[in-house]
Each structure stands twice: as C-alpha cells, then as structure tokens.
Design a protein around this ligand. Sequence first.
Ligand code: 13P
Length: 283
Amino acid sequence: MLTPFKEIVEDAYSRHYAVGAFNCLSLENVLGAVDAAEQLHSPLILQLAEVQFPYAPMELMAPVFLKAAKAAKVPVAVHLDHGQSVETCIKAIKAGFNSVMYDGASLPFEKNVYESGLVARLAHACGVDVEAELGKVGDTGFGSGETGVSADVFTDVAEAVRFVEETEVDALAVAIGNKHGRYTSTPHLNINRLREINSAVPVPLVLHGGSGTGDDDFKACIRSGISKINVATAIQMAVTSEIESYIALSGMHDYITMKKHILTASGNAVAAHMELFESAGKA
Ligand code: 13P
C-alpha cells in the first residue's frame, strides 16, 4: 500500500532497523523490489534520482511506481532521490511522488538551508515529506579517488542541528565517509560522528551510497539513527552479472527470458539488503 515516507522512516527509527530505498530504473527493478518486500514482509521505498531521468523519465516511471506501491501488500513510499532544483521537486510532487529529496549539499550552508527549507514548505503544503542532505557524500570517483574521505566533507554536528531546526525537513542524509558508486575497498564509516549527529538531531538519518558497505558498518549505522539506506549500484551490478552469465551459458538467448533474469536478480539484491537492514518481518 502507498504509505507516507515519514510513517515508514519513523517506524524504522523507533524500532531500530533501516528501510531500504532502492533506485529502480526499469519495470523489472520495480517488480523485483516489490516482490522481495512482499516475500519478506518488509516496508520499501521505491526511488528514482534526477540523474537517472535520461534512462527512466520521471513522468513515465511515476505511474509505474505509484501503481506498484498501491497494489503492494506491504507499505511502500515513492520517493524522488537527489532532486537538483526546487522545480524538479515540484514536478515530482505533481507526478505523485509522496516524498522528495532536495540535494543542496554542494551549496554553501546558508543557501542549502534556504533552498531545502523552501522545498520543505512547498512539499509539506502538498502533504509530501522531504529529505535533504548536509555534508558531501560525493561518489567513488570523488576527491582523491580513494575510498577514504577527508573529515571536512563529513556532516558537522552543530550545522546539522541548525539545518534541521530551520528547514523542518523530515529526514537528513549525512556524510560520514560514505560515497555513491562502486567502492574499490570496503569503506570505514565514521560511526562516532554519526552517533553525535543522532544524539543532537531529532529526525531520522539517511545513509546514501549503501552498495558495498560492510555488514558491521550497516549494523552500527542502524543502531545509531540511520533509518533509510539508499542502494542503487548493487542492484545494477547484480543485474549486469546475471545477464553476463545468461548470455554466456544459454545457447539461444531471448529477450523475455532475459527480462525474467533481470527481475529475479533485482529481487534477490533487494532481498539480501532487506535482511541486512533488519526490515524483513517489520511490515
Ligand atoms: P549506491 O549506488 O552507492 O548504492 O548509492 C545509491 C544512492 O545513494 C542513491 O541516492
């Protein structure tokens, strides 16, 4: 059932698990994710990032996400990931997304507060929940190109307090050494900084760049306020490797069978993360 983002994330926050937010770029990704959620009785967030619109246009994906969410037997939120402008967030709200992320992390602090607060006021007036980001998550090609990041990109605790107070966002994405994309080695997240942010800030926290994080760090995160974990690359890698084996092993490949493989690989990747995030059995 289509369920408010805030309801899903706050349940995770109060019961100390994390809900997986999976970037879905195709019908197979959506069907696989919903199937995994239903099998495991887990809540789910279906999301699409603005950088993914060229491959999965928002206006076409929104009805697919919404119909799948409404038909699902478990709570599902439909979320815009990394909205890059206020205008994109408004378009997503008009398309029916029940939560939006405005990503002002690369802006100076005051500008990020202003823009994120504006999105929160507009979205809340429409009954839509909001996530924003403070600190620089970056991607695995970011900075030195190494897995480690310098402390000046981490979310600052005092800034996080002011940011949440002034913007009134419903969830805050933090930078604690996490990055988007394929890590070259397992990252070591700054769990101490996460704990400090969690004790100071009253809203659920979000971990971006979930793919490739070690199990221990995942567990430490969900014990320290992380209530939503974003996963994109792991699904894409699972699907790609499944297609590679299908093509290598099958003498006669056909498109419909390939679609079935994509659906199954997407579902398996989502299910594995749901188990890890301890959201299985929570719906
Ligand atoms: P990964 O691609 O590293 O899983 O990151 C996903 C993400 O954070 C989307 O916002």
